[in-house]
Ligand binder design. Structure first.
Ligand code: HEM
Length: 507
């Protein structure tokens, strides 16, 4: 954390005073009907319990205090859910009561908190954004229509990896997957690439998105003491604004160019020209909406902003973990590859999305990756809209809800040999991650569930399938598969501590 002694002293005095006032007002009461949890220190509550891997620490605590646990993180009452049964109570039985968001301070970057599909409370504007993004991006019809785009972008990735084969140089799988996800999204949104595979080209867009992801993933003291929000003690919002504004300027430029093109076409009154100047991409569809409803340019910019932040790193880090597990477990890699090669033997085309239903082992690999390495291990924090009683305990209004899907994925009461990567377990049953089977909810469940699930599902299978169908993968400098670093680092998403680097070999 980056603040100096003066700031710390100021902060400390401020917090002591604030605490004294709070104690006086509340008379020092502790709500005895809260779920059980560890002893809280004055002022900081259970902050020291979190450590630098909160999903690990919370998993450990829940073994002691149970799958419904309460903590005080600074001044925030936090409820931690760590079992499928309790998760079902929260996100199915009482879904509406828990459908609000606790809003992290980093979302104040470019005032995103006021317009974000991810952080708005459930209300008219949130519903409008969910409806528009479903209609224009995520519906099955739209996803089918955008398949050629994903196909094209995966082919570009494969062509790039092919070129790397010649030089026998290791590639960073996560970085390549990030570039691919970014370009799929940017072409879907406004029909242009925003990142390149080679390091010489300008990466302005990618660098800004990456910087914002890093800032949003840093622990922020103002999240635990909301009274500090406007002081931005670590300067994270200030720094984030630099990148956020650059990103917004890029969106503005793209919107201006498109508006100009549409205007020119209309003044020339030339239908054919209009079709060629516009792209019928998400930007065009949203601009059409702008005339008809209260949906304005700023909403478009913030929708893009939210989708790039929510949709790139989640997808690329899952792909990196899937490749890591397969290289770490060469016999599983062989099984997955054999399944694809057998299916594709008599087909002329490359792997297509409709092939995926015939690749149960590949699907099991992705499920097993989500079980062990959910990219958003505590989901995006929810917030209680009202007091709700769960299993005899009180979850108070405004409490923050963390659902530890990482712990649920490794619970021996739910999974046999939970620490072992064994995709076969999913061939035996019908468990899926679509929000109905609460033992596996990497995309969440209920009304705040990830709207990008089906897009991510298609992207992940087609990209992973193509990478293992076309190439064999060797580790650098004779590192042995069994010695690979498998540790994770907590941030906005769960990244590998050591990024996966592997040498592709043509098959
Ligand atoms: C492996 C890929 C992905 C994973 C694991 C993932 C996971 C999640 C999770 C856990 C949530 C919060 C759910 C909850 O609160 O209960 C979420 C929300 C969200 N995701 Fe994803 N996501 C992925 C990909 C995507 C993609 C590709 C997009 C869009 C292009 C996207 C857009 C969103 C949005 C807009 C929300 C906020 C929904 C709301 O609050 O109403 N995600 N995602």
């Amino acid at each position: 954390m980056e603040y100096d002694y003066l700031t710390l002293t100021f902060l400390f005095s401020f917090l002591v005073t604030y605490y004294a006032i709070t104690i006086t007002i509340s008379g020092g009461r502790r709500n005895s009907r809260l779920p059980p949890g560890p002893y809280r220190l004055p002022i900081i509550g259970n902050l020291l319990h979190l450590g630098n891997k909160p999903h690990h620490s919370l998993a450990k605590l829940s073994k002691r205090y149970g799958p419904l646990m309460s903590l005080k993180l600074g001044t925030r009452t936090t409820i931690v859910v760590s079992s499928p049964d309790i998760a079902k109570e929260f996100f199915q039985t009482h879904d509406h009561s828990f459908s609000s968001r606790s809003v992290p301070n980093a979302t104040r970057i470019v005032d995103h908190n006021r317009y974000s599909i991810v952080f708005l409370p459930v209300g008219d504007q949130w519903r409008r954004l969910r409806r528009l993004s479903k209609e224009y991006i995520f519906s099955m019809q739209r996803l089918d229509a955008s398949e050629p785009l994903r196909q094209k972008k995966v082919k570009e990735l494969i062509d790039h990896v092919n070129r790397c084969c010649t030089s026998e140089k290791a590639v960073k799988i996560g970085g390549l997957a990030f570039t691919t996800s970014l370009n799929v999204l940017s072409n879907l949104m406004f029909s242009r690439d925003c990142a390149q595979y080679d390091s010489l080209s300008s990466q302005e867009f990618k660098d800004n998105v990456w910087a914002l992801l890093e800032i949003a993933g840093k622990p922020n003291i103002a999240d635990f003491f909301p009274v500090l929000k406007s002081f931005d003690p670590q300067g994270l919002v200030h720094r984030g604004n630099v990148y956020g504004k650059k990103l917004m300027t890029i969106f503005d430029r793209i919107i201006d160019q498109r508006l100009q093109a549409r205007l020119t076409s209309m003044t020339n009154n030339d239908e054919a020209r209009l079709t060629s100047m516009t792209n019928n991409d998400v930007l065009d569809l949203l601009l059409n909406q702008m005339d008809e409803s209260s949906f304005n340019r700023n909403d478009i910019r913030h929708l893009f902003y939210a989708l790039f932040i929510a949709g790139t790193d989640t997808t690329s880090s899952t792909l990196e973990w899937a490749m890591t597990e397969l290289i770490h477990n060469p016999n599983k890699l062989e099984t997955a590859r054999a399944e694809i090669i057998k299916l594709m033997k008599h087909k002329k085309s490359t792997l297509q999305e409709f092939d995926l239903t015939q690749l149960p082992y590949l699907q099991a690999v992705i499920k097993e990756t989500f079980r062990l390495h959910p990219p958003v291990p505590l989901l995006v924090p929810h917030q209680a809209i009202r007091d709700v009683e769960i299993q005899g305990f009180m979850v108070p209004k405004n409490a923050q809800i963390l659902c530890n899907v990482w712990a649920m994925g490794r619970d021996p009461k739910v999974w046999s040999q939970p620490e072992t990567f064994r995709p076969e377990r999913f061939l035996e049953g019908n468990i899926d991650y679509k929000g109905q089977d609460f033992e596996l909810i990497p995309f969440g469940a209920g009304r705040r569930m990830c709207p990008g699930l089906n897009m991510a599902h298609r992207m992940l299978h087609i990209t992973l399938g193509s990478l293992i169908q076309k190439f064999d993968w060797k580790l650098e400098e004779n590192i042995k598969a069994k010695d690979m670093d498998m540790t994770e680092k907590f941030g906005l998403t769960l990244q590998k501590t050591v990024p996966l680097k592997a040498i592709p070999l043509k098959l």
